[in-house]
Design a protein around this ligand. Structure first.
Ligand code: SF4
Ligand code: SF4
Length: 399
């Protein structure tokens, strides 16, 4: 049981008391710099000055009740001026500098190693992104492996903030903000090479003849990362390693990821009941890239005649509370009216309420025809109360 002092605005502290009590803290008093608020009782606790708090208690924890972002400035002032020690503060401590969410929190597990992100939307040369290749440390001492990766992040962040040229220079995702002082991986993405049964025209595997080249055991990597104290996932884990439903270890992977919310990227060609159960969780989902609304176009883009099967599976996954997102990568050969209308019809028939409109990132240009088709799809979605997320095809000015 630790003694708790709530510092700052007493009104803000009201709703926090039950939470701290349930965690085993014993609130002792409020602490306020404002003399007019001292020496009164609030919710049955005295409001004391800092000097009084220090005189009265030898060992205590502090929670600063100010709002964001002032709270971070105040905490750093309190620590720098020696009012409280850093280890006494229960708040998340954040510092202000230039960085991005992926650089701070991201780990993208690809086949050749771990990356911080998948690049900014303009990244043409993927090889320019910093990578930390896999080595034996991953399986012998996963914390040492992750710590080394976090150190790589720290060096890039320091470089950015010291005006040096880094792999992130010019990236639109960079911004000045408050970032956690304690560095941890909070976003995980598994995008390793694993078996798939399609031959999509836009797939990165096209250049090697759709071969499955990696011998890495995805499930083993998931298991290892789960044991690291430097990984504390706060966002849905993204699983986009080949096509999960055709992989022999699919059920093991799904069960291994059970404790997380997961966004599965799938082609939907096979139904998996365990996966369906997983996507019933509030923030979990399956994202199926249909990229068409007719059988002929599907076959041309995907290399197989499985349009009807996929539509049937979309319906199944969307039933019984399953969260399905349908994706449409707009390209020159799927932007006709029949396909766009057909796609919206499938959403309606399958009760799909979310779509993602995207571009082919391997094609440099987003042509006027692609932009027009994207706008048409947006309007069709709006008319049918379907939420859309636009991924690089159009800007607000186009709408
Ligand atoms: S700044 Fe851009 S390139 Fe750098 S990690 Fe973030 S998203 Fe990736
Ligand atoms: S489903 Fe995904 S991994 Fe499989 S071929 Fe298509 S794009 Fe590539």
């Amino acid at each position: 049981m630790s003694k708790l002092v709530l510092y700052g605005t007493v009104e803000n502290a009201k709703k926090l008391l039950p939470e701290f009590k349930s965690k085993g803290y014993v609130p002792e008093c409020f602490c306020d710099m404002d003399k007019n608020k001292q020496n009164i009782q609030f919710l049955g606790y005295p409001v004391l000055s800092i000097d009084e708090v220090k005189k009265k208690f030898l060992d205590f924890k502090v929670y600063v009740t100010l709002k964001e972002p002032e709270v971070y400035e105040e905490i750093s002032k309190l620590i720098n001026e020696g009012v409280f020690r850093e280890e006494q503060i229960l708040n998340d401590i954040k510092e202000k500098y230039i960085s991005c969410d992926y650089l701070e929190y991201g780990l993208e597990a690809l086949s050749d190693g771990v990356y911080h992100c998948c690049g900014d939307q303009n990244t043409e040369d993927y090889a320019k992104l910093p990578i930390m290749p896999y080595d034996d440390t991953l399986f012998e001492d996963v914390d040492a492996f992750i710590l080394r990766f976090i150190e790589q992040k720290r060096q890039i962040i320091n470089g950015i903030n010291n005006g040096k040229h880094t792999s992130c220079t010019g990236c639109p995702y960079l911004r000045e903000d408050y970032w956690h002082k304690t560095k941890k991986i909070r976003r995980l993405n598994y995008s390793l090479d694993h078996a798939c049964n399609l031959k999509c025209s836009y797939c990165y595997k096209k250049k090697n003849g759709y071969k499955h080249t990696s011998s890495l055991d995805v499930n083993k990597i998931i298991t290892k990362f789960k044991t690291s104290k430097f990984i504390s996932v706060e966002h849905p884990v993204i699983y986009s390693s080949g096509e999960i439903s055709v992989q022999s270890d699919a059920d093991e992977i799904i069960s291994n990821l059970q404790e997380y919310e997961v966004a599965y990227i799938s082609n939907g060609t096979r139904y998996n009941a365990n996966l369906h159960n997983m996507i019933k969780k509030t923030s979990s989902s399956i994202l199926i890239s249909l990229d068409s609304g007719t059988r002929e176009t599907y076959k041309r883009i995907k290399g197989v005649d499985l349009f009807d099967k996929v539509c049937e599976n979309i319906k199944k996954y969307s039933s019984d509370g399953g969260n399905v997102i349908l994706k449409y990568i707009i390209m020159e050969d799927n932007l006709n009216k029949a396909d766009l209308d057909g796609f919206i019809d499938i959403c309606k028939k399958s009760n799909v309420k979310n779509i993602r409109i995207s571009r082919n990132w391997y094609e440099a240009e987003v042509t006027d025809k692609i932009k027009t088709a994207a706008i048409q799809l947006v309007y069709k979605a709006k008319r049918n109360n379907i939420f859309y997320y636009n991924d690089g095809t159009i800007t607000c000015n186009n709408l």
